[in-house]
Ligand binder design. Structure first.
Ligand code: GLU
Length: 273
């Protein structure tokens, strides 16, 4: 089977060295196995994605010497995500949610999931009449309890962590679509990894918790399960994860300062040995 990996940045800012490491890891994993590498632009968040960041990502990766076999834009695939959402709605696994962010945050009893506060379930179980009477749904949520009753116990293989038993309940009833964004990260990424034949998902350990959710969606939608490689994050001298807001230099700034992208990539690879 051909190994296929991907790098899947959201074009909401410039890339920094943490992104470079993740992209190089995914790229080299495929190249070392005569496989293929997909660049997927996760531009479904219409309010935050910007075309100049797409151009920046492409320039930065080329500067690092990376080449991709396919370039996919999530914004071109909205009908596919919507079709999947409709099947889940038809199966009664998705419900509309009318809560504002403030209402959810104010719910003191909300347990904290690893990827944000788990939704307290206020709109779960509203009657069909109550739903029909309203037109102001803010988002659509997966009824995680119902979903797990259908799928039963689930697990995945993580190259770093070994066999992981999925525990998606801790993430609660996650959002699958918003009124202003037709698919959430969870839904789009799960569908796309399957559609693009990704065999190995190489990404930062910050997305480990999200994989619990992705595993459930794979089971519900009958999708294959890739092997996961959640790698450690790049940290600065104080041990903090690199982030633009903390002043991590953008690759573009390094390039403008005359740095050689191939030399940077070589240094990254040396550190990964
Ligand atoms: N688009 C996501 C991000 O930029 C990454 C998606 C993934 O690798 O699964 O954080």
């Amino acid at each position: 089977m051909t190994v296929i990996t991907r790098f899947a940045p959201s074009p909401t800012g410039r890339l920094h060295e943490g992104h470079a490491v993740s992209a190089i890891r995914a790229h080299d994993f495929a190249r070392d196995r005569a496989g293929q590498f997909v660049l997927r632009i996760e531009d479904i968040d219409g309010t935050r994605s910007r075309p100049e960041f797409v151009a920046g990502i492409i320039e930065d990766l080329a500067w690092l010497g990376l080449r991709w076999d396919a370039l996919v834009f999530q914004s071109a695939r909205l009908a596919t995500y919507d079709a999947a959402l409709e099947t889940l709605k038809t199966r009664g696994l998705v419900y509309p949610c009318f809560c504002t962010r403030a209402e959810i945050a104010a719910s003191a009893s909300a347990p904290q999931g690893d990827i944000g506060p788990a939704y307290p379930g206020t709109c779960r179980g509203l009657s069909a009449e109550a739903i029909a009477a309203r037109t102001d749904a803010r988002c659509w949520r997966l009824d995680m309890g119902k979903a797990l009753a259908e799928t039963g116990a689930l697990a995945w293989h993580d190259a770093e962590a070994g066999r992981v038993v999925a525990d998606p309940m801790q993430q609660g009833d996650v959002v699958l679509a918003r009124k202003d964004a037709p698919a959430s990260y969870h839904l789009a990424v799960t569908i796309d990894d399957a559609a693009q034949g990704v065999t190995d998902v190489v990404r930062g350990v910050d997305l480990f918790a999200a994989t619990h959710v992705h595993r459930v969606l794979q089971a519900l939608l009958g999708l294959p399960v890739p092997t996961y490689h959640h790698h450690p994050l790049v940290v600065d001298a104080e041990g903090r994860r690199l982030a633009k807001r903390d002043g991590a230099p953008a690759l573009a700034a390094m390039r403008a300062a005359g740095e050689d992208g191939l030399a940077l990539a070589a240094r990254v690879r040396q550190r990964l040995l």
